[in-house]
Design a protein around this ligand. Structure first.
Ligand code: ASP
Length: 314
């Protein structure tokens, strides 16, 4: 089977001055995952490697450089899902884990449960031999400055360099036919401590089913949860767009290449827009590895491989 990989760095109002950093970060993430897949490595290793690059990059809202809560802490959420077994490893409200996706994988592989949060998740991390860092080590200067501005007046996107969101994600299909999807986030800026959005929730911020495809979402979590966006997208892959007479047509423009993957992505974001009036985006691979993406935000950073070439967009 031909391997395939797609990554994203969040759908939001990416300001012009952040475009290069977001594209470069997505390209590096794609390269990290792709070098694994081209050496017959596993899709699980590939999504983990790609997401780690994005978590370590303060241009994105995941791991180091995540948005801060109202109390001035980083609280991260992450998930990885196996399309073959439908099993996920999910973690939320982490304050001391530099790469939340690593812990999500430990939950996937070594835990009887599928989701752990806060102190319990960090205790599990320590038991698994993962390093816990001081919470302040996850705070980037730019995010601390943004938080101080919000605290001194009121929360405003302008204080956050124009952006509101910037979750990261990856979906990979390997040469053995295994499909994995992953999502990692610091959540929304100035969120209440303890708030968990869509990202680590199975079917909302992430979904993988080897029979149909894998999906990673980004955008306003409270809206994405309402329409269970990742699973909704997977359902569009199962029953291709146009086959359900009860569904009103998409309000998004037609993709340049109207293949099943692109149409499913567009239709799902259209459901988000129509039913919640919110913004967001998603990436996907269908079960054969065909990539698709859609967003109704001004921009979304993404990268995928087509015919061996890296396509990076925003
Ligand atoms: N969906 C994320 C959340 O609500 C934010 C994002 O995608 O940027 O936590």
């Amino acid at each position: 089977m031909k391997p395939s990989l797609i990554v994203h760095g969040g759908a939001w109002d990416i300001p012009d001055e952040a475009v290069d950093a977001c594209k470069a970060g997505c390209e590096r993430a794609l390269a990290a995952g792709w070098s694994i897949l081209t050496q017959s490595g596993s899709a699980l290793d590939a999504v983990q490697a790609a997401v780690i690059v994005l978590e370590d990059d303060p241009a994105f809202d995941a791991g180091f450089g995540s948005h801060l809560t109202l109390d001035g802490h980083v609280e991260c959420d992450a998930i990885v899902m196996d399309g073959t077994t439908l099993r996920a490893g999910s973690v939320a409200a982490l304050r001391r884990i530099r790469n939340p996706i690593r812990l999500a994988r430990h939950v996937l592989e070594n835990c009887p449960h599928m989701m752990l949060v806060a102190d319990g998740a960090e205790r599990f991390a320590a038991d698994q031999g993962l390093e816990l860092c001081p919470p302040d080590n996850l705070i980037a200067d730019a995010e601390r400055d943004a938080w101080l501005k919000c605290r001194n007046s009121k929360h405003a996107a302008a204080h956050h360099r124009g952006h509101e969101q910037g979750t990261v994600g990856a979906v990979a299909l390997d040469s053995h036919g295994r499909l994995f999807a992953a999502t990692s986030t610091g959540g929304t800026c100035c969120k209440l401590p303890g708030r968990v959005g869509d990202s680590p929730l199975i079917g909302c911020g992430c979904y993988a089913d080897a029979e149909v495809g894998g999906v990673s979402c980004t955008g306003y979590g409270e809206a994405i949860m309402k329409v269970v966006l990742a699973k909704t997208t997977a359902d569009f892959l199962r029953r291709p767009v146009g086959t359900d007479p009860n569904l009103s047509p998409s309000i998004l423009p037609k993709p340049a290449t109207p293949d099943v993957a692109s149409l499913a992505a567009r239709e799902a974001v259209s459901v988000l827009a129509k039913r919640t009036h919110a913004t967001g985006g998603l990436i996907l691979l269908d079960r054969k590895g065909n990539p698709g993406f859609a967003f109704n935000t001004p921009r979304m950073a993404y990268a995928y491989v087509a015919d061996g070439k890296f396509i990076v967009g925003i």
